[in-house]
Design a protein around this ligand. Sequence first.
Ligand SMILES: NC(=O)c1ccc[n+]([C@@H]2O[C@H](COP(=O)([O-])OP(=O)(O)OC[C@H]3O[C@@H](n4cnc5c(N)ncnc54)[C@H](O)[C@@H]3O)[C@@H](O)[C@H]2O)c1
Length: 259
Amino acid sequence: MNVMQLFSLKNKVVLVTGGAGNYGRSITEGLGEAGATVIIASRNIEAIEKVSADFRAGGWDVHGMQVDQADKASVLRLKENIIRQFGKLDVFINNAVSRPMKGYNAPIEQFDESMRVNATGMMDILREMTGLIIQSGGGSVINISSMMGMYAPVYSNYDGIPGMGDIAPDYCFHNAGLIMLTRFMAKTHAGKNIRFNCISPGGLFNNQPEKFVENYCKKVPLGRMANNDDIKGLIVLLSSDAGAYINGENILIDGGLYA
Ligand SMILES: NC(=O)c1ccc[n+]([C@@H]2O[C@H](COP(=O)([O-])OP(=O)(O)OC[C@H]3O[C@@H](n4cnc5c(N)ncnc54)[C@H](O)[C@@H]3O)[C@@H](O)[C@H]2O)c1
């Protein structure tokens, strides 16, 4: 097949959780540009509808739906709505994240709250959407983890910045687990025409304090933080037939920081 056809996502229905967030918007844009029908889902329906209307105005086929992944009934409602409106699901980008824990010594209840969304709820929506993709004839799941699920924090990045540097352990813990879960899912669903991969991105530039950006960029061979385009190509590769033989993989995308 022609390589441009391999990368095409025409006629593919893709779900992106947290699709209105920082990385979520870049991911949605890349999928839309490759021709996919994209469903973006998160808790606040007004916010998600506003973002999807903006995407549609830009010419992409993007739809907003509500989900709270920590709520079983809400996950099942999302699944029913996808079936009712689109009849199938080809790709799931497991991207939503909640950050309720505010530092190493934060109350343990905040760790528990994080696990409800980022571990238990995440597992629930991952299993439900995997089932829907298999029922639809097969496809691809992409889990979004983080370089912080692979490597311990670099505390020197926060030197001289008041209010930064107290890293919450829940984020590293659930992102590390997601990398292993990706491999587990790839083996567990062997023979069902479904692939599972993970992307572990580095820090996305988001107007962080200048000192932090300076400390961070000094360590990156490419000399900069990630921008909004950096994740798009990999998302389209892993979602499309161009990545048809990539399965059970975790890909770090950090500008060479951990090379
Ligand atoms: N921003 C970065 O620099 C960075 C770096 C590395 C990895 N990542 C990863 O990228 C992914 C997205 O991160 P981000 O920084 O764009 O986050 P973000 O906070 O900008 O967006 C997260 C989204 O998840 C949604 N969400 C939160 N709780 C939810 C719930 N219970 N149910 C449904 N949706 C819920 C939010 O509404 C939001 O839309 C995460 O997996 C994160 O680990 C981000």
